[in-house]
Write a protein that binds this ligand. Structure first.
Ligand code: PA5
Length: 462
């Protein structure tokens, strides 16, 4: 099981001004945390609560279907191209970057055990899209278009471009190169898929995009890439069991949620840095940033009061960002909680040869890069605590399917508990609607004529 060490956020280590009396706070919040956990587990099966992501580890049917589809297409495609944005892409990127062999797309088919290469298009930069389409042979590519709403402009515009090319290149057979993951009943992509006869997978009801990584949104590409879905599911289930524990002393998601909440509300630390010391976990930070930001950044609480809450998440990478951000973290404003992710055992042990005797670098010879990266994680944590900066350390035994699934699920539950502590709706995102509506208006979508007029007036003045 992954572990959480919060010692360096404690007042005993970093002083009363910046640290919390953590055991005392755990005791103060014992009952409210127990109520939150009980309540989330009671609500999870109720429609409209958006908590179905808590059941994804138990969804045998989806797991069976994605594996079945993966075995049908094995060896038929050189590439998978995922079209999606936000929650429809970030989980897939995080997990594939963590679990596939590094530089996967550069490996030969034999080195990839004949599993396909994977590309995610999660933005609408015309140069990037065009660049990718220049290098990808779409005839040999399975396109997985993912959108829960079925109408997201970025995803559907990409899809329209790609489908058009596919149809030109493959004629009527182009349908075999498309699989759509979307809502089971509603949305334009569902309608198109039925009309055109695409193979489809479902984003389940009451699972928001940023909580959807273990639905078919992520599991389908993971299965097609030969990732160990069974180990992932075991990781989720074991973590789910551990996080059903209502005792905060034994529940790491509750502990980290409460520490972040109190650091924000009592100590003025409203920035949350996610800093894995593992390049393979780099994109877990991107995923976390979306999860934390879109879930917790809200202007109203559940009683309708104006609150404008939400700690700002920041991504960083150890050791790289020691040479970029740590100066600020040590000496700048003391307004952050820094989450380190530390990996005990890497797949590779890489020895540094003793080839130079200069005092400045000779000490490195005979050591391993593994020792170096973890020594840097430890020394940065201790240096931060010398500056009275709170840090949390999450430790994974290994970067494997079991542990990565545990990590992501733990962070999802942590986010849900934090949302309850802030007393906000964790699962909506009204703040992204306004700009979306303006985009529709600017792009001439029917029904948005009034917005277009209002927007033109505003654009003339700002
Ligand atoms: O977390 C979310 O709900 C969002 O980030 C969505 O995933 C994102 O906006 C994409 O939406 P859709 O899947 O409907 O295309």
């Amino acid at each position: 099981m992954i572990t959480l060490n919060y010692k360096n956020a404690d007042a005993m280590v970093i002083g009363n001004a910046n640290g919390l009396n953590i055991e005392q706070e755990f005791s103060n919040y014992k009952d409210s945390i127990a109520n939150i956990i009980t309540n989330l587990n009671q609500r999870k099966d109720k429609p409209g609560q958006w908590l179905q992501w808590m059941n994804l580890g138990y969804n045998e049917e989806t797991i069976w279907y994605v594996k079945e589809f993966a075995s049908q297409v094995k060896g038929k495609f050189e590439n998978i191209l995922v079209l999606g944005i936000g929650g429809s892409a970030l989980g897939g990127i995080a997990v594939t970057e963590a679990l596939l062999k590094p530089f996967w797309n550069l490996l030969t088919p034999e080195q990839r055990d004949n599993y396909p290469r994977i590309f995610f298009l999660d933005n609408i930069d015309p140069d990037t899209i065009n660049g990718l389409l220049q290098v990808l042979d779409l005839k040999k590519t399975l396109v997985n278009v993912i959108t829960k709403s079925g109408s997201t402009a970025e995803t559907m515009s990409q899809f329209m471009i790609v489908k058009n090319i596919l149809e030109k290149e493959l004629g009527a057979d182009y349908r075999n190169n498309i699989v759509a993951t979307t809502d089971k009943k509603t949305g334009i992509l569902r309608q198109i898929s039925e009309q055109e006869g695409y193979k489809t997978f479902v984003v389940p009801d009451d699972v928001g995009g940023r909580f959807s990584v273990f639905s078919a949104v992520g599991l389908l590409p993971f299965a097609m890439l030969g990732l160990d879905i069974d180990a992932m599911v075991n990781g989720i289930k074991d973590m789910d069991l551990a996080l059903k524990n209502t005792n905060i002393s034994e529940n790491i998601a509750a502990q980290n949620a409460l520490i972040h909440f109190l650091m924000d509300t009592q100590k003025g630390k409203n920035l949350s840095v996610m800093m894995p010391y593992s390049s393979r976990l780099k994109y877990v930070s991107d995923w976390y940033v979306q999860l934390w930001a879109e879930s917790l950044g809200k202007n109203k609480d559940n009683n309708g009061n104006d609150v404008h809450v939400g700690p700002t998440p920041i991504k960083a990478l150890g050791a790289t960002d020691q040479h970029s951000q740590i100066q600020l973290y040590n000496e700048g404003p003391n307004d952050k909680v820094i989450n380190f992710i530390r990996v005990k055992e890497f797949d590779t042990t890489l020895e540094i040869p003793s080839i130079f005797e200069y005092t400045g670098i000779g000490y490195l010879g005979g050591k391993t890069i593994n020792q170096l990266i973890n020594a840097e994680a430890d020394s940065t944590r201790v240096a931060l605590s010398d500056y009275s900066r709170p840090t949390i350390t999450i430790t994974l035994d290994k970067v494997d399917a079991y542990n990565v699934a545990q990590l992501l699920y733990m962070l999802e539950v942590q986010t849900a508990i934090a949302g309850e502590l802030y007393n906000i709706n964790t699962f909506n995102q009204p703040g992204v609607e306004q700009a979306k509506n303006y985009t529709y208006a600017l792009m001439g979508r029917a029904g948005y004529e009034d917005s277009a007029k209002a927007l033109q007036d505003k654009m003339a003045t700002v």
